[in-house]
Design a protein around this ligand. Structure first.
Ligand code: C2O
Ligand code: CU
Ligand code: CU
Length: 554
């Protein structure tokens, strides 16, 4: 099953040293960190300067979504809206375009009130079939966009549904089976913000100002050489399509000027395959803790102070970051810290161990560029890098509004009546599988009785890799994690092995090799008749490869 032999690359190569000398000459050391995912990165604190660095590069102003344009906020009420799937000559090369009341949008951020009745017409102006899936929404099969019905080129698909979800950050992305990964990678996705009273109360209490102190951050990676080209090798299909540069809101090497106050960042990992181990660090090299206030399905009951968290493809987190501890003129970095990617299906244990031993000195890259300045075409999962620099430019207000101790009313979690349903994740006969099966549009291996509340036990084999398991149509609770890898230990917050990011409502959960995750799903829904949903890995190469099953819910 070994397809690509991982290559260990020493980052302190001559090329890097030459760059370092240039940086020293330019007096640029310590100002920022490199952004290339392939480059090893460590604290840039004076005195602990790591010689394995590339030049400081956060020179592009972060794109902050506004009233129109890229990711612009598009409020949808009862009016029907038309979305157009289009090809563009610039990045994103595929996008959702909209024109409403004289304003033009690219990949609009849809803003919807809970309870609103939506009518959305998706026009396919691509030369291939597509469909949009509303990730995280509690809707019926006809509106789910699960890929079993497509909009052919030139045709329109009409959605009509009521927003039943609580406030939260959801998203939409393409879902034509077998072509999802390529279309998503090329940029045809956007955010969907649901609002309700709890959400409005929070904004008021924290005095948040949208587009100023409340900013969505869409993270994804891409291959810098040909950002709009998706051409996975057999190795990429096996473990996922990884890029060599990180984008935040489609901006490379981004910086954001901030005030010494509290900010809310609502973050989506829109990568095809890359997992982030997100943390913040000050310009002095100290970790900066932050508050986790929400996850996939909206606000937690109460804020949690965290130092870092894992964010797998399709997962969302809602964070509050307080920059008031940083002096004007200082900075902080949003980074993804080194971790063991645990691609056990590809990597002999000895090589895994060497990554463990010195994560900052080595990376395993699947393609190693040795030709001068050209970057590797991808950097492995787990490679450390910085993504976004916050430059503290202004004083804040006089005092921060106090942090609410209660964010949302605890929704009672029902008990499961029946047996546990097992889902085993593994690889066999050249494909990633769930319960030894791959996706078949004709087969329904999981049948859930009407009004059932079930527990699922998702078990991942030891010789596997992490899989970000997503269920359509329902938010679930994570009950327990067992036999988790050691690298999760610092993040565990309770006796059931859960992480802070497991505490809210979830639609996607990362399951590490050797780990078992128990989830609780309330399958009650108001729709007449049987509904078909999907459960799949959100590593989009795995999904397109068939690591997906149909779920019939009575
Ligand atoms: Cu976000 Cu079936 O996917
Ligand atoms: Cu790998
Ligand atoms: Cu997977």
């Amino acid at each position: 099953m070994r397809i690509t032999a991982p290559v260990h690359v020493r980052n302190c190569d001559l090329r890097t040293r030459r760059r370092l000398l240039r940086m020293l000459a330019a007096g640029a050391i310590g100002a920022a960190l490199p952004v290339r995912l392939g480059a090893a990165q460590r604290a840039a604190a004076p005195g602990t300067m790591d010689y394995c660095t590339t030049p400081p590069l956060f020179d592009q102003r972060l794109h902050v979504p506004g009233r129109e344009g890229l990711q612009g906020f598009l409020r949808t009420s009862s009016d029907a809206i038309a979305l157009d799937a289009v090809t563009r000559s610039s990045v994103p090369g595929l996008a959702i375009a909209a024109r409403v009341a004289g304003r033009e949008y690219i990949d609009p951020t849809l803003v919807v009130q809970r309870g609103a009745a939506l009518k959305i017409a998706l026009r396919n102006s691509l030369s291939e079939p597509t469909i949009l899936h509303w990730h995280g929404l509690a809707i019926d099969t006809a509106n789910d966009g699960n890929g079993e019905t497509l909009a052919p080129p030139g045709k329109t698909f009409d959605y009509a549904f009521t927003m039943r979800n609580r406030a939260g950050l959801y998203w939409y992305h393409p879902h034509p089976h077998g072509a999802t990964a390529g279309q998503a990678y090329r940029g045809m996705f956007g955010l969907l913000v649901v609002e309700d009273d709890e959400e409005l109360a929070l904004r008021k209490a924290l005095e948040l100002v949208p587009a100023e102190t409340e900013i969505p951050l869409v993270l994804h990676d891409r291959r810098s050489g040909a950002p709009d080209r998706y051409a996975p090798s057999p190795g990429d299909l096996m473990h996922g399509w990884y890029g060599d540069e990180a984008l935040v809101n489609f901006t490379v090497r981004p910086y954001l000027d901030v005030a010494r106050t509290r900010y809310r960042f609502r973050i989506l990992n829109a990568s095809n395959a890359r997992i982030f181990r997100l943390g913040l660090r000050t310009g002095r090299g100290d970790p900066l803790t932050f508050s986790l206030i929400g996850t996939d399905g909206g606000l937690l009951e109460a804020p949690r102070t965290v130092n870092e968290l894992f964010l797998a493809p399709a997962e969302r987190v809602d964070l509050l970051v307080d920059f008031s501890t940083i002096d004007v003129g200082g900075f902080a970095l949003l980074e993804s810290r080194a971790f063991d990617p645990m691609h056990g299906e590809l990597m002999p244990a000895t090589q895994g161990a060497s990554i463990d031993a010195a994560p900052h000195e080595h990376e395993h890259a699947h393609h190693h560029a040795t030709d001068g300045e050209s970057p590797p075409s991808s950097a492995s999962d787990g490679a450390p890098f910085s993504m976004l620099q916050f430059n503290v430019r202004r004083r804040g207000g006089i005092a921060l509004p106090p942090m609410p101790t209660r964010l949302s009313a605890p929704a009672a979690v029902a008990d499961s009546a029946g047996d546990e349903r097992p889902l085993r994740l593994g690889f066999a006969k050249g494909r990633w599988r769930i319960n030894d099966r791959v996706y078949d549009m004709q087969a329904t291996p999981i049948v859930v009785a009407r009004d059932a509340i079930e527990t699922w036990l998702i078990r991942n084999y030891h010789t596997s890799m992490p899989h970000a398991m997503h269920l359509h149509g329902f938010q679930f609770r994570v009950l327990e994690r067992e036999t988790s890898p050691d690298q999760l230990a610092p993040l565990v917050v309770d006796a059931r092995g859960r992480l802070a990011t497991d505490l809210g409502w979830k639609d996607t959960v990362l399951v590490w090799p050797g780990e078992s995750v128990r989830i609780l799903i309330d399958f009650r829904h108001p729709f007449p008749g049987d509904q078909i949903y999907l459960v799949h890995c959100h590593n989009l190469e795995h999904e397109d490869g068939g690591m997906m099953l149909r779920v019939k819910v009575g």
